[in-house]
Design a protein. Structure first.
Length: 346
């Protein structure tokens, strides 16, 4: 599919991501028209997000570097077609587009070998501001539907329930924002951490994948570390795929938190029963099958919400979510492949 269709799908995706501005579609259109090669914006998808190919990730990194260079030119007084503020807005739009491509499982299908081009770059860095990282992490949290033995965690459905209730919409956003601000970043071999709220921006070296964190309050710069899989040791994190390699790890798995304390989440239990009896999906197994395709789960979420929107006890569901986020959930950034190993060894 060409860039026009991809942007239409991007706009549809943004509609379900209330914290991403729909202006981002306009920003992307401007970038494609004036900075990028529109003939290169050819994609196939959506497919399996877990199998995003390396050339697609390289495509995203190369195009993010083009924006970074425009920002540098603007700040240095060199000739550019945009003000610094404008190109920084466009950078935020591209960060959202980047998350969309990876989250929805689109693959680049143009002719260029961006992996080879990426190998030739040395000492180039890409940056993500605190807000850009927060937006990415929020996008992941509100789409990470989970199926466990005794209880479900339908993240997309929860997101839809709260965003369609004026009383709880802002409370829900505030709850997520607080939790995201507390996400921990490991900064040394001893496992010491800083919170996202203490970070100004993260810089990723394109060649080595090493990540440095600029901290607030004159605290300087720190290297980013990761837990080494399930081992209780820490090493420097390598993000050669950019932000896609910054994985959110629940310090205590969500499955353990919910199953071990299922009586403490009565509305999640009721919601699980509602999900189980929804049209055409009578069991957790059926629900799990839907999780294999992002398009399926989005359509299913709409069906369930439309069917039961007048019967959800939003206030009590919110109480359960508060208890989970404020008393139970803590998260730390890990290198994606090492996080996968940790999960497999649990």
């Amino acid at each position: 599919m060409e860039h026009t269709e991809v942007l239409e799908n991007f706009e549809e995706w943004l509609d379900g991501q209330d914290y991403y501005s729909t202006q981002y579609v306009r920003y992307m259109k401007s970038l494609i028209e004036k900075l990028f090669d529109k003939s290169e914006f050819v994609f196939k998808g959506p497919t399996d997000p877990a199998k995003t190919n390396k050339n697609t990730l390289a495509f995203l990194l190369i195009h993010k570097l083009l924006i970074e260079n425009e920002i540098k030119k603007s700040k240095n007084g060199a000739k550019t077609q945009w003000t610094t503020k404008t190109i920084q807005n466009y950078q935020s739009g591209f960060c959202a587009f980047e998350e969309f491509i990876v989250a929805e499982g689109y693959d680049y299908k143009g002719k260029k070998k961006y992996q080879e081009e990426l190998k030739s770059l040395q000492n180039e860095t890409i940056t993500y501001t605190r807000k850009q990282m927060a937006d990415k992490f929020k996008s992941r949290l509100v789409t990470q539907d989970r199926v466990y033995e005794n209880i479900l965690y339908p993240a997309r459905l929860l997101n839809k329930i709260f965003n369609n209730n004026p009383t709880y919409q802002q409370k829900y956003k505030d709850l997520l924002n607080k939790s995201i601000g507390n996400i921990k970043f490991i900064v040394d071999e001893k496992g010491n951490t800083v919170k996202l709220s203490e970070i100004v921006y993260a810089s990723i070296n394109v060649e080595s994948g090493s990540v440095t964190l600029k901290l607030t309050g004159g605290k300087g710069v720190k290297n980013l570390y990761t837990q080494n899989g399930s081992k209780k040791e820490f090493k420097q994190l390598k993000a050669k795929k950019g932000a896609a390699d910054l994985s959110l790890d629940h310090d205590t798995p969500l499955e353990i938190l919910l199953n071990a304390n299922s009586k403490g989440y009565p509305e999640f239990k009721e919601l699980s029963k509602t999900v189980a009896k929804s049209k055409g999906h009578g069991s957790a197994k059926d629900y799990r099958t839907f999780l294999s395709g992002s398009q399926n789960i989005k359509e299913w979420t709409k069906v369930v919400f439309d069917e039961y929107k007048n019967s959800f006890n939003t206030g009590k569901i919110y109480d359960d979510l508060c208890k989970l986020y404020e008393e139970q959930i803590t998260m730390t950034i890990m290198q994606k492949d090492l996080n996968s190993k940790k999960s497999n060894n649990r």
